[in-house]
Each structure stands twice: as structure tokens, then as C-alpha cells.
Design a protein around this ligand. Structure first.
Ligand code: ATP
Ligand code: MN
Ligand code: MN
Length: 308
């Protein structure tokens, strides 16, 4: 009788109201994290994570068998997705409407874990106004082998370049190799303007210091440089959500950090799941939503002309 009960106990585990199947399945070997551990992590981190990730179309990186098995990005929820993952129909470029998942609560996050999700990637706009981005993301992508000190210096310089235009940003370790800078926006501009503006910033930094930066995705141009990836700022593009676990060795977390903490940080994958739960937004100031106004754009144009 006892054995039977144990078997049935491990058949599924309820987390945030979601029945999680195969709770003991090992997703990460080191540190050892089971599917139930992931579910409980996302349940606990939900309030911190949802303040940035709620109500946005998602792209889910699923690894149903864990780190050793296959992985795939999924934009459109399929059959069998829990109802806790809500659906917004989005008209795509070709005019067809496609369903996208979004979450509003812990059960949504755990529902995605039930489907094998490890990473949550978010749009830069919320579902009620998909044509108006409310966050710009600058994704600093270092060339392979470039030290993290150079990535930190790039983040600080990018922060200053934005600051010169009157724009404040917050920083996040990607959990991979780079740092993301986020500029919260009032929803006044469209994607075309947002993308042009971000490309302008990347181009300006590259004009000023072509040995350090590139605004081009091409790997050959990256040699020894940092790619200022401005392409996150397109309709339908995504970036890793704060507090998402990364499907990379060691289960690092995409971690918001305070500007004053940055000098002391050794790598972009410095924070574990446990540290993430301890930290949350502690020490991080997210600036209020800001406006990319005409004068801001003109100021950027002038700066680009000066450095050309
Ligand atoms: P790193 O610091 O290692 O660069 P990252 O999360 O910034 O980590 P990138 O490769 O720079 O990783 O990708 C930036 C973002 O682009 C990802 O977070 C993801 O949202 C999106 N992305 C990248 N590849 C894909 C893909 N194949 N399908 C969907 N989205 C993708
Ligand atoms: Mn990146
Ligand atoms: Mn990138």
C-alpha cells in the first residue's frame, strides 16, 4: 500500500493550481533541478517576474526531456496547453491571425513549465497595444572569447549614450554571455520609429568606436567586438524575460542588476535560481516610462552627424 501511494504521489504534483506531470524528471543535472523544482521556482518568482513579463506575447523555449533532450522555440500554443496560458490572436504580416500565449499569473508560468518550458521570451509590447512598444532592449552580444570586463564597459558606455539623450535605463545579465539594457517607454511611438532609433544608437556607438562595437549582425564583423543587437526592437521580436532560467549549463538566471553592482560582477551567468529568489528586484531601480520625442530623435541625428 505504501509503495502504491508513493508512486501515485510522484505521478504529478500540483503547483500554483497546475497539475505538473513527471515532477521528478531531471531537467538540469547540475545543479540538480527537476521539473517540479522549475515549477516551484516560477511560482515563487512570479510576482517579481510578472511585473515585467505579464500581458506580453511569449516565445517559449521548451526542453520537454530536459537539457539532454531536444529543444525548440514555440510561439504558438498548441493543443494540450493548459488554460492558464492565455491566448491573444495576433495579425501577422501576411494578414493571417495566429494565437500567441501570454500569462498574467503564477499558474500561467507553471502551465508553461508543465509543457516543458525552461525559458520565457517576451515581446516589447503588451497585448492591449501591440503596435506600441513599451520597452526598448539593447542586447550586447560579445564576440566569442571577449572578456566580460569589456561587456560591462560597453553597458556603462551605452547607458551614458542614452543618458546624453535624456533616457534612463536598467541593466540585466542575460544569463548567457551578455548584458541587456532596457529603456521603459511610454507608448507613444510605433515599431518603425523604435527600431530606427535603436539602430541609430548602435550606429552612433560604432561610428565613435569601430574597434569596440559593431551594429551589424554578421559574425565576421564582430571579430573582437561587441554587437549592439538593436534587432530586438521589432514587432514580433523577443528578448529573454527577467528572472527566466536559461537552458544553459548551471541553470543561470537572467538577472536584473543595479548599476552600482555591475563593477563587482564576474559573468553574465553569475546568478543561480536560489540567488534569484533571494534578490528579486533588490537594488535595481527601473526608471519610469519615458518618451522618444522629436527633440530626442533630432539630438541623436546631430550626434550621428558629428561623429560621422
Ligand atoms: P546572450 O547573452 O548569450 O547573447 P541572449 O538571450 O541575449 O543571451 P541572443 O542569442 O542574443 O541571446 O538572442 C537574443 C534574443 O533573441 C533571445 O533572448 C530570444 O528572445 C531571441 N531569439 C534568438 N534566437 C531565437 C530563435 N531561434 N527563435 C526565437 N527567438 C530567438
Ligand atoms: Mn544577447
Ligand atoms: Mn542578440
Amino acid at each position: 500500500v505504501r509503495i502504491e501511494r508513493e508512486v501515485s504521489m510522484n505521478d504529478h504534483e500540483t503547483v500554483a493550481g497546475i497539475s505538473v506531470s513527471s515532477p521528478d524528471r531531471i531537467i538540469f543535472d547540475k545543479p540538480r533541478l527537476t521539473k517540479a523544482d522549475l515549477a516551484r521556482y516560477y511560482e515563487k518568482i512570479a510576482p517579481a517576474m510578472l511585473s515585467e513579463a505579464a500581458d506580453r506575447p511569449l516565445s517559449l523555449l521548451r526542453l520537454p526531456e530536459g537539457m539532454e533532450g531536444e529543444r525548440f522555440f514555440q510561439k504558438h500554443p498548441g493543443k494540450g496547453f493548459p488554460k492558464a496560458l492565455k491566448i491573444v490572436e495576433i495579425t501577422e504580416k501576411d494578414g493571417d491571425s495566429e494565437p500567441y500565449a501570454y500569462v498574467t499569473d503564477a499558474s500561467g508560468l507553471v502551465g508553461a513549465v508543465q509543457m516543458g518550458t525552461v525559458e520565457f521570451h517576451i515581446w516589447g509590447a503588451r497585448r492591449d497595444r501591440l503596435d506600441r512598444p513599451d520597452r526598448l532592449v539593447f542586447d550586447l552580444d560579445p564576440d566569442e572569447g571577449l572578456g566580460f570586463a569589456k561587456v560591462k564597459a560597453a553597458a556603462i558606455d551605452l547607458r551614458e549614450t542614452l543618458g546624453d539623450l535624456g533616457l534612463e535605463s536598467w541593466a540585466m545579465l542575460s544569463g548567457g554571455k551578455g548584458i541587456h539594457l532596457v529603456v521603459p517607454l511610454r507608448r507613444t511611438i510605433g515599431w518603425d520609429t523604435a527600431k530606427l532609433f535603436c539602430r541609430g544608437i548602435a550606429t552612433l556607438m560604432t561610428q565613435r568606436e569601430p574597434k569596440r562595437f559593431t551594429a551589424s549582425m554578421s559574425k565576421s564583423r564582430r571579430e573582437g567586438r561587441i554587437f549592439i543587437d538593436w534587432l530586438r526592437n521589432e514587432r514580433g521580436s523577443t528578448a529573454i524575460a527577467p528572472f527566466s532560467i536559461r537552458a544553459r549549463p548551471g541553470a543561470p538566471v537572467a538577472m536584473p542588476i543595479g548599476w552600482d553592482e555591475l563593477p563587482g560582477i564576474r559573468k553574465a551567468s553569475a546568478f543561480s535560481v536560489e540567488e534569484s529568489l533571494d534578490r528579486r528586484w533588490n537594488g535595481v531601480t527601473r526608471p519610469k516610462p519615458q518618451t522618444i520625442s522629436r527633440p530626442v530623435i533630432e539630438e541623436l541625428d546631430q550626434a550621428m552627424k558629428r561623429s560621422a
